[in-house]
Design a protein around this ligand. Sequence first.
Ligand code: HPA
Ligand code: ZN
Length: 324
Amino acid sequence: MHEFLKRLPKVELHLHIEGTLEPELLFTLAERNGVMLPYASIEDVYAAYDFSDLQSFLDIYYQGMSVLQKPEDFYALAMDYFRRASDEGVVHVEMHFDPQAHISRGVGLSTILEGLSLARQEAESELGLSSALIMAFLRDRPAAEAMQVLESAKPYWDILDAVGLDSAEKGNPPEKFSEVFGRAKQIGIPRVAHAGEEGPVDYIYQALDLLDVCRIDHGVQCLQDPALVERLRHQGTVLTVCPLSNVRLKVVESMQAHPLPQLLDAGLVVTINSDDPAYFGGGMLANFMACHQAFGWQEAVFCKLAANAIDNAFMGEVRKAQLY
Ligand code: HPA
Ligand code: ZN
């Protein structure tokens, strides 16, 4: 099964590029940029990756980003990930990036996007790996700040495939960002949002009704509400589920306890994704393998999951046809 899953052309719809920062590159960039890290060794880093919930992860995730300062740092981050992903059979990556987490440290949008854009071009030409770009707003920051970021991104609107919403979910409902997402819609930028990871089902309704999203990132809490499940099924709304992330952030107790089989049984459009592979124990292949081991899924299920991701990617019809 490992060989089959490695060869299966995989499309990743839910990835935070800053969450691909492996400890080795973290140390390299820290040294290059003169950043002090609270870790003496790679073992220290892994010891710190023992999360109790989303917030405990976010604290470490934002700290790690402090080493990303120049275009070449963002280039190295993305290119390293694209090579690893390509090696495990990923053919297309839709990556969130968190501009506010960089702008607040004095690192501007042009720096971030210069590095990411170069890596995307090189991945396409050297690895045959295509990608899409999702500019995410931090939901635990003020909505006015998100609006400012959206407006200041005007020179880049045409390279954004979507805007997203991430960071600390509880207490930061999608409703807070209605205006920002309304503006994105007016500009013509598609929308996705994290909802129902740790937060209540009501946040999934809000993401659909107030943000008009085409995908729900995570969404695993939807099973608490049969009417919502029916609506998601009827609309064909895709859920970008991240099983290893959910285990590591204690959204679920274990892989065996993960609701993925119920989500599939309910007829929902499910995809499997890695979220933050450097922090949660592996990339797409590890997530697929974990599902095989926990649920005993065979080839047909994985082909369906891979097809769901292709169908719902921000990808032209020609590329979709290539991947089928
Ligand atoms: N949830 C919310 N925000 C995030 C995550 C996540 O899993 N990863 C990076 N930002
Ligand atoms: Zn995520």
